[in-house]
Write a protein that binds this ligand. Sequence first.
Ligand SMILES: C[S@@+](CC[C@H](N)C(=O)[O-])C[C@H]1O[C@@H](n2cnc3c(N)ncnc32)[C@H](O)[C@@H]1O
Length: 217
Amino acid sequence: MAVRKGKIKGLPKKKKGQWEDHYTRKAKEEKYPARSVYKLQEIQRKFTLVKKGAKVLDLGCSPGSWLLYASELTGPSGQVTGIDLKEVSIPLPKHAKALVGDILHLTPELEEAFSCGFSVVISDMAPATTGMKDVDAARSLELCEMALEVAAKRLVSGGHFVCKIFQGGDFDAYVGEVKKHFRQVKIFKPESCRKQSKEIYVIGVGLKVTGDPHSSI
Ligand SMILES: C[S@@+](CC[C@H](N)C(=O)[O-])C[C@H]1O[C@@H](n2cnc3c(N)ncnc32)[C@H](O)[C@@H]1O
């Protein structure tokens, strides 16, 4: 894929005095719209989930860092489809697209766009936070449950799942649910996560069954 050059249009302007860390600066230098790209990079380095030619579904894809990075990993023979409540305003390669929609209220058009068998489903979805830990964890869990439902339905047999979750009281129960669907389940906190953050990633390796018994990776 061609190296991306120049400023990325649509990036929000930094407010005066806004905290900026090493990963934020690095993302800016490397022309990614968000520092979250380094979390997926760390996950990829450890688990090698996204292969060349893979079909990836990216849930909660805006502003687009994971979309860009996943499309670099798949190369043009792959396909990356993202969905988010918010539009993605950065330029994307031809084999990547971003749809606007709510994963909790899928329209028939979105269902249609999700219809093909994906090799990897990645979810970095996060609710608008309230600062109330229990409320935030419950909203995160709702998104994670939907992400798991989509993954179990849309992945090919042997496909992989990455899901960000805010750790709360129901965390163990959620991991138990993921274990029902995947051969192996790993819990991973990337170095690039902010230390004070309650977020962590649940990784499902190898979907056990699929709706389409003929497809697999
Ligand atoms: C941390 S950001 C994702 C960053 C992205 N991975 C990247 O690297 O650019 C979380 C995203 O989840 C999205 N989100 C939250 N609830 C959602 C929902 N119900 N449906 C779709 N997207 C949702 C938010 O709009 C937000 O853009």
